[in-house]
Design a binder for this molecule. Structure first.
Ligand code: OOG
Ligand code: MG
Length: 254
């Protein structure tokens, strides 16, 4: 228990101060349950500073991301209000250790969603979908981690940017997308790369969040996971995602 709160404090302070730390579990000795307990305790510290819980993010939901990081287990993290970046807004690079970005699709729920649900049941609880960018930032030196390391570090959550919301009843299972830096496409892909259909990521989120005793709430955002490998971002970069039919989302790294 003590170790859990010590690691939670270490990771929370590393995120707050944008200062890298050594891996806490390079040899994978911690249990996954302990890793999630560290994540939970570190998020509780953010909530105690006045941030609000606003949703869930999924990780390693595409083959591209699994291959890039060498981890093939689905993971999840907790999103707080302090991670939300206004669409189009400037973002201070000093907030991050070594940020990368990923093209994603976001859901906002109109109703709570918990447990073992079908894709149709999950869809019925979705109020809207949007193109989104996730800014991930591992707190570990050199962005290197084991499965339990990255789970404890809240799945590298750091920021998320959401574009215009659209009606979820038009199929969004195979929408083309590009991720752009300074006007140049650096990754091209499709929402189908996310578990074959991003709704599967929402189904998994509903199950995992309920198992953790924190079922998905109405109004929460669920980030489905990167559709392509992540890309490094640098100060001055203008970053955007353009998604077929759903439009775009952007931010400016200062
Ligand atoms: C872990 C987070 C993975 C995704 O979308 O797959 C993730 C990492 O790669 O640092 O956010
Ligand atoms: Mg992601």
């Amino acid at each position: 228990m003590n170790r859990i709160s010590e690691f939670a404090t270490l990771l929370d302070e590393a995120a707050r101060d944008a200062r890298p730390v050594a891996q806490i579990d390079p040899d994978g000795r911690l249990s996954l349950d302990d890793a999630y307990a560290i994540q939970k305790a570190s998020i509780e510290r953010r909530l105690a500073r006045g941030e609000r819980r606003v949703g869930v993010k999924m990780g390693f939901t595409s083959r591209a991301k699994m291959l890039q990081m060498g981890i093939s287990d689905l993971i999840w993290g907790r999103l707080t209000s302090g991670m939300r970046v206004e669409e189009g807004a400037p973002v201070d690079f000093g907030r991050f250790v070594h940020p990368r970005m990923e093209p994603e699709i976001a859901f906002v729920l109109g109703k709570p969603l918990a447990g073992d649900v079908s894709a149709a049941e999950a869809l019925a609880c979705v109020e809207a979908v949007a193109p989104a960018l996730e800014i991930i930032d591992s707190r570990y030196r050199d962005f290197k981690f084991s499965l339990t390391d990255v789970v404890a570090d809240n799945a590298s959550s750091s920021g998320f940017v959401i574009g215009p919301w659209s009606d979820p009843r038009h199929d969004f299972g195979n929408l083309g997308l590009t991720m752009n830096i300074d006007g140049r496409a650096v990754q091209v892909g499709s929402t189908a790369a996310i578990l074959g259909h991003p709704l599967r990521s929402l189904v998994a989120a509903a199950r995992l969040a309920a198992e953790a005793g924190e079922p998905l709430q109405a109004g929460w955002v669920v980030m489905a996971g990167g559709a392509t490998p992540a890309e490094w971002i640098r100060p001055g970069n203008a970053v955007s995602i353009e998604m077929e039919r759903l439009g775009s989302a952007a931010f400016q790294m200062q």
